[in-house]
Design a protein around this ligand. Sequence first.
Ligand code: AHM
Ligand code: MG
Length: 344
Amino acid sequence: MTTQEKETNAEINKFVASIGTTLDRFISQRQQEFPYAKGELSQILRDIGLAAKVVNKAIMGSGLIGIEGPAGERNVQGEDQQKLDVVANVRFIRALTRGQEVCAIISEEDEEMIDTDNHDAKYIVAMDPLDGSSNIDANIPVGTIFSIYRRKSPVGTPPTAEDVLQKGANQVAGGYILYGSSMILTYTTGYGVNGFTYDHTIGEFILSYPDMKVKELGAIFSYNEGNYNDFSEGTKSYLTYCRNQKYTARYVGSLVADFHRNLLKGGIFFYPATSKSPNGKLRLLYECNSLAFVIEQAGGKATDGKRRILDIEPHNIHQRSPLIIGSPAMVDDVMQFIKNEQFQ
Ligand code: AHM
Ligand code: MG
């Protein structure tokens, strides 16, 4: 082969190289993991992927088209709603409703359960459509967090409170999307954790983190230092231990970003109870449970300080919970420091 022919072949090879496994193909290949599902769960994951692409586009263009900043409303938590919170909420609700496989949605942005009118659908979605949105104006990564459950009430009837108030251990899928320097979708259906990076040139999520596992012991600790004076004595002692171990402190303030980094590198994230937030700040149904399912599937642990997060029986769709989550040996260490404390 002449040098010129070799160069031509190399050029062609660049264009015919495999693009990898797309999210769609991956979901189809894993269909056999859902014995009762006839493709409905796969459709929901595809709908979430579609909404994520649309939200990503809005985030990328937000500075240009003027949708950064507050929407002038407060959500059910009494927090300022950012315009992009509203955009993300509408996009995910629309995609899930039109996909027709979800009978009810609970969202951080909506006080009540949303009945999608798809009463023949078998599934429920709990979501925080745009987590960490107070960071959006500063161009700092934000995320979406989701959990999928099977309904308890009979198919063909309107969804009920019993359908949406299920403990995290009942999840059939959980995951998150990180809108960062690239967009990443990570999810589990209870058969390991897989992460997909969005290739915007072809409009597809490509498998980039197969079968993710968190390190047994990491060296990153993540918490809001401003809350330090409110922490329990055991928590403070654990932080002293982290400093003595020369761990690295990292805190973005976007849960998805902090969680994703610690999942990849090994570490612990905690948002304990404080005097301002006596039950912690984060929401059990659409923040703690989804990430607890992911971390357990990756070999890690998640607790509220006393109980496994996934075992907590919810009584309110917007219930908050303290969260300690990450590398298993680090979660065990925290538990040693706080084990004799009165639980709030
Ligand atoms: P949000 O859902 O209203 O965005 O709030 C949740 C966010 C998390 O992403 C993050 O871990 C936490 O709030 C940060 O809280 P704080 O600013 O108190 O440290
Ligand atoms: Mg939010």
